[in-house]
Write a new protein. Structure first.
Length: 269
């Protein structure tokens, strides 16, 4: 009886560590936490102490999804080569020095893309759809007012005032780098207050940067407006195509899930 009690207790404790099941295959808490810690450390780049229970729950759902994707990709004969994986990781993460767990998660993303390419192979976007989307969402194509700004640097206030004096009188002064276009809306408040009302030729008073002084001059301005349809077409086509492909994949995944019995035990987290 004593041994039976011990075995029962052991089985209960073991079961308590199960956080999910896929067609009877169990995912225990130790496996999940190991994967989660690696993901949080190598991809999120934040202290694990900042992770919440909701973060862990969301990761568990994605972890199960990844396992299903891997199984379905195998059935479809889809594979990812080491070269493909390394190139993808280098492009998206910046380093191939990742743990096996995180590499597997990255591999799943590539397999997902390949599945999308397969199930959404015939998806396309017509010019009529692009035109309709453009006119129904014109505010999405509004261009902000911008100013072309020259930058001038000075080591101290005396030199900065001298530069300011010369610029306001149209005298030539060596500038720092090439002029750049800036959206008026996104300019820092200190710059906005100095350049308002953003007329061509407007010069800012010296702005203390902590390591010197910055003087700005507006040399051109272009008003806001709506991005023309012809220029917007490639952007709209890409957006609509991506949305259509994602919808096809979503429907495909919902159908695939009918073949899986998935159970989550969030209370064990």
């Amino acid at each position: 009886m004593r041994w039976l009690l011990i075995l029962t207790l052991f089985a209960t404790l073991s079961y308590a560590q199960v956080v999910a099941k896929i067609n009877g295959e169990t995912i225990n808490k130790e496996e999940l936490l190991s994967a989660f810690n690696a993901y949080w450390r190598e991809i999120i780049h934040l202290p694990i102490a900042q992770a919440t229970k909701k973060d862990l729950q969301d990761f568990l759902v994605e972890y199960i999804r990844a396992k299903i994707i891997e199984q379905e990709a195998k059935k479809m004969g889809l594979q990812v080569s080491s070269r493909e994986l390394n190139e993808y990781i280098t492009r998206t993460v910046g380093s191939v020095s990742l743990s096996p767990t995180v590499r597997e998660l990255a591999k799943t993303e590539l397999l997902t893309n390949k599945i999308v390419d397969t199930v959404a192979k015939g998806v396309s976007v017509s010019d009529k759809e692009i035109t309709a989307y453009y006119y129904l969402n014109l505010r999405d194509f509004k261009l902000p007012s911008q100013v072309l700004v020259e930058r001038y640097l000075a080591e101290d206030l005396d030199k900065a005032n001298e530069v300011y004096y010369q610029l306001t009188r149209g005298l030539g002064v060596p500038q720092k780098g090439q002029p750049m276009w800036y959206s008026i809306q996104t300019l820092p408040e200190v710059v906005k207050s100095q350049l308002y009302p953003y007329d061509i030729g407007k010069v800012s008073k010296p702005i203390n940067t902590g390591s010197g002084y910055l003087i700005l001059r507006i040399i051109d301005r272009r008003g806001g407006g709506i991005l023309p349809l012809e220029e917007a077409k490639p952007l709209v086509r890409e957006k609509l195509l991506r949305e259509k492909r994602q919808e096809v994949f979503r429907r495909w995944f919902q159908e695939v899930l009918q073949n899986y019995r998935v159970e989550f035990y969030f209370s064990q987290l």
